[in-house]
Unconditional design. Sequence first.
Length: 381
Amino acid sequence: AMAEAFGRPLALVASAGRLLSDDPGYEALPLPGAGAHQGEAQGSRGTPEHVALVLPTSLCSSEVARSLAEALGESYAACGVRFVSLPHTEGCGLSDERLGAKVLLNHLTSPLVAHALLLEHGCEKTHNDYFAQELAVKGIGREAYGWASLQADGGVRRVKDKVEQYFGARVADVPQRMRLPLATLCVAFQVTAPPAAAAPLSEHLALLFAKLAGFFACGGGRAIVPELSPLLSHGTFIDALLAEEAKATVAAAEQPETAGLHVMQAASARSLEELTTLGASGAHLIVSYEAPQGGSGGGGSGCGGGGSPGHPLVPTVSLQLQADEGNAQAADVLLPPDSPHSWAKLVLDCLSEVASGKLVPLSLRCCNTDYQIPRAGAVSL
């Protein structure tokens, strides 16, 4: 029964799209047009940004990929393309490589990624040919991406030249922008549950996320909630949105093909691994809220520290309840406790600024990002 539900969004109550009493609209965002291999799974015509991805196929090529992406980002800073790598711990000596490979593959085919090159070490289990075969199953040919090998291409220096040549021929032009409604984007929502000893998630916060999810799910976009989210057991969220029992509609780290509200199957109960699988979902943006862990409300203003890490590829907009004046906090949106009716507009305003390229989320500005492929019981040796 679970497999039969995969692909079909959850049925919503008739009022789900009208939860915002004052519809903010957001009818004309200047988004870059989608590239040749962008947005195919999403059916979209635009994307918040164009990312150039240097994807390591294993732990053994991760550090080289990271350094190459960093250097290329500095060289092409004026071209309107953000360079990203996704260093990870998998691919060599895995007892089960399938989940890790799927996570990487669906980051590669993210609608945000305009140009990408896969970098292997050469002796790993998940080498370039492995990914080429997996892409062929999706109907994507090798010519869609660049390929480099630390062993076959003759070492780091030659790989560096090859990678620079590949991206140099592709990212020189700043992408043209087109105007599209915010509600047509794909947005994932991560809410970290309060500690056991703390008060449960408030009704105001649950209603906020119901409003946001309804805005995208009913506006032509996709709203994605992880299966273990406290939202899916919160009566306020359920009553405001759902016309059926909450259940997984898409496998872990997969991209839903249809618009609406989707629940991603859990691959891990760890927050960082959940964030990583949400990044593989085809999301254009992630909205993140972490319940207070006790003590002060935040961890420092600006880039002074604190705050949960964001995703390195998918812009992550962080939310926090505003603490007392003078109590430093680290979040993109501070929610004033005395006016919960304003929260949805504050968040949508911020998402609009990020999507249109006017604002870089705090986690990216401060390099506070992290990435961990779920192990699912497997062991890297």
